[in-house]
Design a protein around this ligand. Sequence first.
Ligand code: 4AD
Ligand code: MG
Length: 466
Amino acid sequence: MEKISVKNARDESSIGKTGKLQGWVRTRRDSKAGFSFIEINDGSSQGNIQIIAPADLENYESEIKRLTAGCSISAEGEIKESGGRGQKTEMQAAQISVHGWADPDEYPLQKKRHSMEKLREWAHLRPRTNTFGAVARVRNCICNSIHQFYQEQGFLYINTPIITASDCEGAGEMFQVTTMKMDQIAKQQIENLNYKFDFFDKPAYLTVSGQLAAETYACALGKVYTFGPTFRAENSNTSRHLAEFWMVEPEVAFNDLDDNMDLAESFLKRIFTDALEKCGQDMEFFNERIDQEKTLIKRLEAIINTEFVRLPYTEAVEILESSGQKFDFPVKWGIDLQSEHERFLTEKHFEKPVILFDYPNTIKPFYMYCNDDDKTVRAMDVLVPGVGEIIGGSQREHRLDVLESRMKAQDLDIEEYWWYADLRRYGTVPHAGFGLGLERAVQFVTSIGNIRDVIPFPRTPGNAEF
Ligand code: 4AD
Ligand code: MG
């Protein structure tokens, strides 16, 4: 018998079809007229489908009347027009079989609403809720948009390493990767570790970004992007930071910072457009049930149709200084902007996405292109209301001598980066790229407040459960 997804069964075009629906029970109601309504969901859509179970089913008394939230069933029958409110179709079941029971005294996802914090403790079951089903579908849609956006423009998808021996940014805390046994090392109180005994013969880490490797391919193939997991061991317990997150990083040869800003802006707009077009029902759900102002869809539509502000760091500092706003971190030229400053700019002052660029060279990594003023580098951050920084990127320094002097200034070992320097030694070209944090993008599109709720199993300080 043909399987029908709940999503398809909910559509009027399925009326008259006979087939099999399979999923997890959300609710069961018994009517006085002697039959039951069973609502199931299978993850294919936000909405459930109602199955009418007549009393003459052979297992009606023995099983159907015992069904509770979380039980899994298969139902065979015909899809019919429904008289019920909020649904166009329902199934008249001819047969229902139960795959698995869910003890109502133990199953955590009962009808009552649970807090997001509580649901994190049940991260293995939370995808069965409306909210987490919707997040999973929108996240999937965004990943698909990312690939489509770049593929349509001829970018090559490359896979950069996850284990790396170079600290790609010269900044950012890294997780070390080793096969040495920590407990034995501790027992023997070894003071000077010899990495000759470790797997890679030298210290190795989980990558914080695929950028440097992506640059090598951009400087051969023109337009590339890498999209994978990245890791940061910063001890920041915020609603915007994960220890393991996904980043998409395009890198383009012969591009400068203006091209880079154009690419970032059109990329974000594409993601937002696709989410609205392809996940209509889920986006309605976020708009009504998650967004505090219930204006999420309107805001996204406005952003798609607006030009992002492009503002040099120096002007941003002037705006902040003369804003009359009290900040926890005082503002002066040269500071690394804090999220309170970024959010003031994008949420209060401009009320739309802002691309800040040309940051002081003292607060940015060695690889960014140095401006002629000798004080700033061609860095950019894209800030959006509600989330703050969603993209970070730059034009890269392609002049070997400037790169080397920047590395010296930042106390980096030039020898370690010999291959990175080679790109500047042989056929160097201007190039630029950026990184979009996937989870920050999902947060922005869904208006989910905490980043831990837009990734299936969040990794944060003290938490690697599941
Ligand atoms: O600004 P970041 O650190 O930039 C880079 O890593 C560059 N190498 C990218 C490039 O030019 N190819 O990180 C890029 C983005 C941030 O804007 C943010 O969206 C996200 O990655 N991000 C995080 N997301 C979740 N948890 C964290 N701890 C994050 N750190 C950065
Ligand atoms: Mg950044």
